[in-house]
Design a protein around this ligand. Structure first.
Ligand code: ISJ
Length: 363
């Protein structure tokens, strides 16, 4: 290329030009999104501006179009923030999450909705459900399973008593650090605070490095980080957000036993989400207490070649719910194959509830 700028001044001039172009285009995009909002309002005065399936499609398209040098996830993250800002221009999304501030659930909420969303901490999983049910917020974010420690039973149980729908999922890589405050005496750590799930995810590391420290379970990692501020002989296990929020120093990084440690969170809401092209469906099914019940339940999935991604059993809490299974599978309830399976399962089960069909996590 003969016109390639080669010196620093030329390169900076080119960057200024490009920034001007990007600025104009982002502004034009924001105007388009504003117009979309007006069209939606004209069709329905209670219209929801945020569309999970459309956002998933936008991000997937960007990832497919991207040719580098930035990697596709990084590029999608930038577009995630552009969309979040465009949407906030009309109506910021209000999201309740399992708090307090600084938890991985807040990180998951911001990863999914972008930094322009308004995120509100709740003290318990049921409260997140209640806020969404009451319409005080648009969506909620709750943890549902961790790759090391397994399912978050409380979230599954709460679905049994609720009419809430699943509108999305987000997977977060979980990195834990050992944190201390300025008052902690590094060589005298005799007590470590964390959430029980995090102790589970760092068990081997703790056994090797702090076999004699007392492990004190608390309600969240952020709570652990807060407690450390006041005690000279304590440390906490928590993530980056909590470390930053409470100004703690990391004395050991990424102490989780498995490098691929990740947690899946669900986005809950009051809305049925249309197809995005790559979707998942979650159902809860009660079977009668009889031999072969589980086989009868799974057989239609096998016959229709539906890909199951998860199955959990929970004890039932009423007479009808003898066995309760939570099942996730690929596909959307509006796809003919999935609709056929759901019909068959409905005939065999004593109760079936579709918790939602939603876009598979993109980022
Ligand atoms: C613009 C729209 O509304 C919102 C904003 C989007 C965007 O900025 O691309 C995408 C989906 C919606 O959350 C739309 O529905 O297309």
């Amino acid at each position: 290329m003969s016109d390639t700028p080669i010196n620093l001044d030329d390169l900076r001039q080119r960057i200024d030009q490009l920034d001007g172009d990007i600025l104009r285009m982002i502004s034009e995009r924001a105007s388009c999104a504003q117009q979309v909002a007006h069209v939606k309002l004209a069709q329905d005065k209670d219209a929801v501006f945020y569309r999970p399936e459309r956002e998933a499609q936008v991000l997937r398209r960007i990832m497919a179009l991207n040719k580098g040098p930035l990697d596709s996830e990084e590029m999608a993250r930038l577009f995630r923030e552009i969309m979040s800002a465009c949407l906030a221009l009309e109506q910021p999304v209000k999201v309740a999450y399992l708090g307090p501030e600084g938890t991985f659930t807040q990180q998951a909420a911001l990863k999914h909705f972008g930094e322009s969303a308004v995120s509100l901490p709740m003290a318990a999983i049921d409260e997140v459900f209640r806020e969404v049910e009451a319409g005080a917020v648009n969506y909620g974010v709750v943890p549902v399973e961790n790759s090391t420690e397994g399912v978050v039973n409380h979230t599954l149980d709460t679905f049994m008593d609720s009419s809430i729908k699943i509108c999305g999922e987000v997977v977060l890589r979980i990195h834990h650090h050992l944190l201390i405050s300025e008052t902690t005496r590094k060589d005298k750590v005799s007590r470590i605070y964390s959430h029980p799930q995090s102790f589970g995810q760092c068990r081997k590391w703790l056994d090797a490095h702090y076999p004699h420290a007392e492990r004190v379970p608390v309600s969240s990692n952020a709570e652990a980080a807060k407690l450390v501020k006041t005690e000279w002989h304590s440390a906490a296990i928590a993530g980056d957000m909590a470390a930053k929020l409470y100004g703690l120093e990391r004395i050991a990084d990424k102490i989780e036993d498995r490098p691929d440690n990740s947690t899946r969170f669900l986005i809950i809401g009051n809305q049925d989400v249309p197809m995005s092209g790559e979707d998942k469906t979650s159902i809860v099914v009660a079977m009668r207490n009889q031999p072969g019940a589980l086989h009868d339940l799974l057989e239609p999935f096998h016959r229709h070649k539906i890909d199951l991604t998860r199955i959990e059993t929970r004890p039932s809490r009423t007479g009808v719910w003898n066995y309760v299974f939570f099942i996730d599978f690929k596909g959307h309830r509006d796809e003919p194959g999935v609709a056929a399976v759901l019909e068959e399962v409905r005939l065999r089960a004593s109760e079936l509830r579709v918790l939602g069909s939603y876009p598979q996590g993109v980022l």
